[in-house]
Design a protein around this ligand. Structure first.
Ligand code: ATP
Length: 447
């Protein structure tokens, strides 16, 4: 048997549509560029990814969560530097009229060239602000202008004091948040990798100045362990340190966690030492003191911030790419391909499929009774349509770790067959042991 990884993004786009993970937005109207809708399995996958992140962040004593509004006071974005500085260098190709980010240009004979047609005849770059603007209330004038937030982080900074005092938090502590962000990207694309509307999972960890470098190192380790726990292949993960010319205006140090997508090594998460930049700016612009008083040594300071920021959609894409494999077997001169999404059970949209061998009443009744018994504990799918071989293949393709087959013998021996996605091994399990058996297998899973 030969095992092949995902060869290109298009294969994943097709599978996602065919199996209900992700659809083009407004498809019946011809679609809206770079906008995607998560289908039944995709939304469950995304929910599981968010839950894993939320749990990793907030199941500890030093981090609490919030859920801030997307629309914020416009001054927030002046203070944060986004109104003046959140822009990308935009260039046009004079030959094919392609518009792209200068830092995404190809290089030809040492000169920047159009990634679409290869021409070096491109315009001077001009700065293009990525924030979406809208108006609040019935008047569309400058006074009513607000922005769709381009990052969730600022909702955390402006609530620093509220959270710290209401939750009686002592430094070091963190605030975590999951929510939508919007960026009017010049060149979105590559499926859900870069879109104009996306979801972020960000955590800001407030520390005493001087301890920031140690915390930065510690968060790098913690975040690596998180990706490992999701079952991602470690050989496809790496850290990429930002050089001085890559550092954002607020950052003292930054590392990206990169994943090897079919389009190459790309940023999955940013880990930044933001120093006291954001809180100092908000203190200055709002006039509200955002200092912290440390009772242990009676010192007063503006905390430093270590930030971990990952795109939820981008992580779902990494999880999908990582899980995808084709198993090709040759038998009697014929080749057969089994497509498998080898999800870790914690993110798999369906954990267990219940597959009665026949739609006849006694089997159906028994299968429905099993469904009722276990579906509160694990996400189950009930499927009685089509041949059992095809039903197994469908479950493999949507990444269901375990299938339970109820056959005619089950009526006599009160046992069922459990089939494992990865090994295709089958075990006979008695019904009274089934729930424990399934829970054990799901929790002891190793990729
Ligand atoms: P880039 O330089 O690629 O535009 P960035 O470095 O500005 O991205 P951050 O501001 O650090 O990105 O955002 C944190 C995370 O949010 C990124 O690592 C990525 O996972 C996600 N993200 C950012 N922009 C997008 C987008 N347009 N679509 C999907 N996810 C995004």
């Amino acid at each position: 048997m030969e095992t092949l990884p995902l060869k290109d993004m298009q294969t994943l786009v097709s599978l996602s549509k065919r199996r209900g993970f992700v659809f083009q937005s407004s498809e019946i109207y011809g679609g809206l560029s770079s906008c995607w809708d998560y289908g039944p399995l995709g939304s469950q996958l995304k929910f599981n990814v968010k839950q894993a992140w939320w749990k990793a962040m907030t199941n500890r004593q030093d981090i609490v969560g919030i859920d801030a509004a997307i629309l914020m006071h416009p001054q927030v974005w002046v203070a944060s530097g986004h109104v003046d500085g959140f822009s990308d260098p935009l260039v046009d190709c004079k030959n094919c009229k392609n518009r792209f980010r200068e830092d995404h240009a190809d290089t030809k004979d040492g000169k920047p060239a159009c990634p679409q047609c290869g021409s070096s005849d491109i315009t001077e770059s001009r700065e293009f602000n990525l924030m979406f603007e809208t108006h609040m209330g019935p008047l569309k004038d400058d006074g009513s202008k607000v922005y769709l937030r381009p990052e969730t982080a600022q909702g955390i900074f402006v609530n620093f004091e509220n959270v710290q005092t209401s939750m009686r938090k002592k430094i070091p502590f963190g605030i975590a948040q999951i929510g939508k962000s919007f960026r009017n990207e010049i060149t979105p694309g590559n499926f859900i990798f870069r879109t104009r509307e996306f979801e972020q999972m960000e955590m800001q960890y407030f520390v005493k100045p001087g301890t920031d470098e140690d915390w930065f190192e510690s968060w790098k380790e913690t975040r690596w362990a998180f990706y490992k726990s999701l079952g991602l292949n470690e050989s496809k993960l790496r850290f990429h340190p930002h050089g001085p010319d890559e550092l954002a205006h607020y950052a003292k140090a930054a590392f990206d966690v990169q994943y090897q997508f079919p389009i190459g090594w790309q940023e999955l998460e940013g880990i930044h030492n933001r120093s006291d930049f954001d809180l100092s700016q908000h203190q200055k612009f709002s006039g509200k003191k955002l200092e912290y008083f440390d009772e242990t040594d009676k010192s007063k300071f503006i905390p430093y911030v270590i930030e971990t920021a990952v795109g939820c959609d981008r992580l779902c894409l990494a999880v999908l790419c990582d899980a995808y494999r084709e198993e090709v077997t040759e038998k009697d001169g014929k080749s057969d391909t089994r497509v498998v999404l080898g999800f870790h059970p914690s993110v798999a949209p369906i954990k267990v499929a219940l597959l009665p061998l026949s739609k006849k009443a006694p089997l159906q009744e028994m299968s429905q009774a099993i469904y009722a018994d276990i579906s509160d504990d694990m996400a189950c799918e009930y499927d009685e349509a089509g041949s059992i071989g095809k039903r197994y293949r469908r479950q493999d393709e949507i990444g269901t770790p375990l299938c339970v087959t109820i056959d005619f013998d089950s009526l006599d021996d009160d046992s069922v067959t459990v089939r494992h996605r990865d090994t295709m091994q089958q075990d006979r399990v008695s019904r009274d042991q089934l729930k424990t058996y399934l829970k054990d297998k799901l929790s002891s899973f190793s990729a």
